[in-house]
Design a binder for this molecule. Structure first.
Ligand SMILES: CC(C)(COP(=O)(O)OP(=O)(O)OC[C@H]1O[C@@H](n2cnc3c(N)ncnc32)[C@H](O)[C@@H]1OP(=O)(O)O)[C@@H](O)C(=O)NCCC(=O)NCCS
Length: 197
């Protein structure tokens, strides 16, 4: 490399490693992140409405138990370079099917975080092999979630009514079989970089 004497001022530049998003299991210390998301009216608008703050600790305890007993994955999204939890992707079995859902706190939305995290969880599910076809039921009006399904490689099954949080929603039913996706892709895109913690 040709470096003229004028080109070096102060310390030589150090190459910072690229910041990658991290996914880790939910932990007992995630109460604050739960409250930020589950008590937020905008985040919960199409998920049955905001949860009362006093019920969130019990929800976290139940979630920790389901992760401990292996019946669910509840992955917390830590954006590259941040110290704070930005969102979650949840994969669980109920009524004989596997279902995936996601949420991202308002201040972290619109950066591609949910899409990258969902694709990473689908890759983990494919490697794990136990989940079979994975279903998602975003409200028909939930543009971002339907976009995640579409670009994540889910197939559209149809619109239907789904009960959630004691209310009925008009939802789109999407399904993906991770084992049928090409290796390491889950219809992934160049630039996706999410690592399990
Ligand atoms: C849905 C949600 C998780 C998206 O999080 P996000 O990190 O902002 O999403 P991303 O930035 O990864 O965007 C995902 C896709 O939605 C699109 N999108 C994002 N915001 C959008 C909006 N307001 N309108 C239309 N499309 C939008 C993006 O362009 C992207 O599309 P692509 O996959 O074709 O590139 C977030 O809005 C949220 O938490 N909503 C409330 C909870 C919820 O409804 N969960 C769904 C349960 S199934």
């Amino acid at each position: 490399m040709d470096v003229s004497p004028d080109a070096v001022v102060g310390d030589p530049p150090t190459a910072a490693p690229p910041a990658v998003d991290v996914l880790r299991d939910v932990e007992p210390g995630d109460l604050d992140a739960y409250v930020r998301m589950r008590c937020d009216p905008a985040v919960m608008a199409e998920l049955g409405g905001p949860q009362p703050r006093e019920r969130v600790a019990a929800q976290l305890r139940r979630d920790l138990e389901t992760v401990r007993d292996g019946s669910a994955w509840i992955k917390m999204i830590i954006p590259g370079g941040a110290a704070q939890v930005a969102g979650t992707v949840t994969l669980y079995s109920h009524a004989g099917i596997s279902e995936i859902g996601w949420m991202v706190a308002p201040e972290f939305q619109g950066r591609g975080l949910a899409g990258r995290a969902v694709r990473a969880v689908l890759d983990l599910a494919r490697a794990d092999g136990r989940w079979g076809p994975i279903h998602a039921f975003p409200a028909t009006t939930n543009a971002a979630s339907n976009a995640i399904c579409r670009s994540g490689g889910f197939a559209f099954v149809g619109a239907e009514q789904t009960a959630f949080g004691g209310r009925l929603f008009r939802t789109n039913h999407w399904v993906i079989d991770p084992s049928a996706q090409p290796d390491g892709s889950s219809a992934g895109r160049a630039g996706d970089d999410v690592v399990p913690a």
